[in-house]
Write a protein that binds this ligand. Structure first.
Ligand SMILES: N[C@@H](CCC(=O)N[C@@H](CS)C(=O)NCC(=O)O)C(=O)O
Length: 211
């Protein structure tokens, strides 16, 4: 499999963690999101993902999957061990709800293309954009902090899709200096996860395209 990724992309980071947890080998294809106007906009990559975003996972069949949550659930379906979603329907919904706070409510407001639109089209100052960024991280994290009871992972003794989404979002928040002291439970989950080789290997700084 080939993973189209960018070291700092938190959506790609989620998929890297999932591939590592499943022990699945993959070739990493870096897509630089800012150099030369962004390689996600070059025809070679548009042919892979017309949405012009990473991650994209090319399967050995040549078929391509996009959208990190869809990719991760696909991997969980075809390689069920270790499971990233609990067997119990209610527990599964709880895990998905945390994952969706990150992937549907926080991250889309802070994505590069959104920040670029605020800056270049709407002409906001960088300081305003940074405030926007932190605001949405804090809003989402307030809800997540209230939802979890680290044990040591977000929903108990087993890593789940919730942790796979949360850890990259903490990385993102920290990168823009979001104050995180108010979220001790989130930080505890992050610390527990980063002790696992699958998470550590997926960290942005451990990628071949890291700068
Ligand atoms: N919902 C998508 C989000 C994908 C996404 O927005 N990726 C960002 C990087 S984290 C991207 O490629 N942005 C390109 C751009 O902003 O131009 C997913 O979960 O895969």
């Amino acid at each position: 499999m080939k993973l189209y990724s960018y070291f700092r992309s938190s959506a790609a980071y989620r998929v890297r963690i999932a591939l590592n947890l499943k022990g699945l080998p993959y070739e990493m294809v870096p897509v630089h999101l800012t150099k030369d106007g962004g390689y996600q906009r070059k025809p070679e990559f548009v042919a892979v993902n017309p949405q012009m975003r990473v991650p994209a996972l090319a399967l050995s069949s040549g078929d391509v999957l996009t959208q990190s949550l869809a990719i991760i659930e696909y991997l969980d379906d075809i390689h069920p061990e270790p499971p990233l979603l609990p067997a119990d329907a209610f527990a599964r919904a709880k895990v998905r709800s945390l994952a969706q706070i990150v992937a549907c409510d926080i991250h889309p407001l802070n994505n590069l293309v959104v920040l670029q639109y605020l800056k270049h089209t709407l002409k906001h100052e960088q300081a305003e954009i940074d405030t926007w960024y932190r605001h949405w991280v804090i809003e989402g994290f307030r809800a997540i902090e209230a939802m979890i009871k680290p044990a040591p992972y977000a929903f108990g003794a087993h890593v789940s899709l919730a942790d796979v989404c949360l850890v990259p979002q903490v990385f993102n928040g920290r990168r823009l200096n979001t104050p995180l002291e108010a979220f001790p439970k989130i930080l505890a989950v992050e610390a527990a996860c980063l002790k696992l080789p699958a998470f550590d290997k997926a960290r942005p700084e451990n990628q071949t395209d890291a700068e």
